[in-house]
Design a protein around this ligand. Structure first.
Ligand SMILES: *Cc1c(COP(=O)(O)O)cnc(C)c1O
Length: 399
């Protein structure tokens, strides 16, 4: 079967909730993916940063295969011999006392929302069911009904109400807006350290630090959604560390499993995460023994110095992209290897540039209408970036 045959079947039998580039991938290795017609492409999306360590990383593959032969699912009705080690290794890697694994990112965000509300009632003594959580405009935290309830993006929300109450939206990047929105019922402030889906929006330096201080002063939890920015993507283990901030709750997902299997988690200290009691929250697959995959992932992150690579190569990539003269480019921005190239409104949208890049063997995806995101696996090297740059330059200069 050819590319077009697969596309036709997919369009006929599948829901059309995505608008993928028309490339049908059949296998992948490291930073490269291969389509059903044998064409090779540089992956500059990394499945929205879920394959930071590169596609089909041999060590993670080995961990998955070995565990899959032994036991894959116990549910948490019983204990298994992998979960304790995952807890311990996550704690050693991140410095948080405890964690709670879930599956998808959205599920971990929901877990953080529930935990923050519980903390508000039990510790802060907010009147029951009155807790408020402050979030930022243009946020992306996932797709459940509660999460889209505080989205400001019409396409995420329209026709999906009624919505979950208890959220207050303020402008991203403005710490004083957070301060003004705090009331005695505020449980938490939840932010992305860099807004990935909004178009790689990097807030002013010091913003997260100021918000964290406002939270501490007002007895409010600070939650960082690091599902996209965490685990080395921006050049540090967590993007909040660029601002010297240690949030009360950090949410991770995506790259936690190296792209093999959905594993997400929330990280917090015992004074917060210790509040969940048996029966109050759960997930059949959350914390299953295949979490062994997530155990291999931190080792890879550390041993291959992926955060350091991301910092160094990201700086180089941003610098090289900034030097491209193009009539279409408004701004190049990012941190580490999470990079956005924003096009001018009159450029005709980012999609056509992504299509053109595809024909040159580079897979990048538009985010919103005018931003091309470049976020290759962190195992990319300088030679590969140098290989891609002439094609990117040519594409950004097309008419
Ligand atoms: C992708 C993403 C999510 C949602 O993760 P899913 O696994 O798709 O549910 C939440 N927050 C951020 C910042 C993300 O990038």
């Amino acid at each position: 079967m050819k590319t077009q045959d697969f596309i036709e079947i997919e369009e006929q039998y599948g829901a059309h909730n995505y608008h993928p580039l028309d490339v049908v991938i059949e296998r992948a290795e490291g930073v490269w993916v291969y389509d059903v017609e044998g064409r090779k492409y540089l992956d500059c999306l990394s499945a929205y940063s879920a394959v930071n360590q590169g596609h089909v990383h041999p060590e993670i593959l080995k961990a998955l295969l070995e565990q899959a032969k032994k036991v894959t699912l116990t549910s948490r009705a019983f204990r298994n011999d992998q979960l304790p080690m995952l807890y311990k290794e996550l704690s050693e890697m991140t410095g948080y006392e405890m964690s709670l694994p879930m599956n998808s990112g959205a599920e971990a965000v929901e877990t953080a929302v529930k935990l923050a509300r519980k903390w508000a009632y039990q510790v802060k003594k907010v009147p029951r069911h009155q807790a408020e959580i402050i979030v930022a405009g243009n946020n992306f935290h996932g797709r459940t009904v509660t999460i889209i309830s505080f989205s400001t993006e019409p396409s995420y929300r329209d026709d999906f109400g009624p919505f979950t109450p208890g959220f207050v939206v303020v402008e991203y990047g403005d710490a004083s807006a957070v301060e003004k929105a705090i009331t005695s019922n505020t449980a938490a402030v939840m932010l992305e350290p860099i807004q990935g889906e909004a178009g790689v929006i990097v807030p002013p330096a010091g913003y997260l630090k100021a918000v964290a201080e406002i939270c501490r002063k007002n007895n409010v939890l600070f939650i960082a959604d690091e599902i996209q920015t965490g685990l080395g993507r921006t050049g540090k283990l967590f993007a909040a560390q660029h601002d010297g901030v240690r949030p009360d709750i950090t949410i991770v997902g995506k790259a936690l499993s190296g792209g093999f299997y959905p594993v997400s988690a929330i990280l917090a200290d015992k004074s917060v995460l210790g509040l969940f009691k048996p029966g109050e929250h759960g997930s059949t697959f959350g914390g299953n023994p295949l979490a062994a995959v997530a155990r291999a992932r931190p080792r890879v992150l550390h041993e291959e110095k992926l955060a350091e690579r991301s910092a160094e190569l990201g700086e180089y990539f941003i610098e090289q992209l900034s030097e491209i003269t193009s009539p279409h480019v408004k701004e190049v921005r990012g941190k580490g290897l999470l990079i956005g190239v924003e096009l001018k409104p009159e450029a005709g949208g980012a999609r056509r540039f992504c299509e053109a890049l595809k024909s040159k063997g580079i897979l990048a995806k538009e985010t919103h209408d005018n931003v091309i995101r470049f976020a290759p696996p962190l195992v990319i090297d300088k030679e590969t970036i140098d290989w891609a740059l002439p094609s990117i330059r040519e594409t950004l200069n097309m008419t």
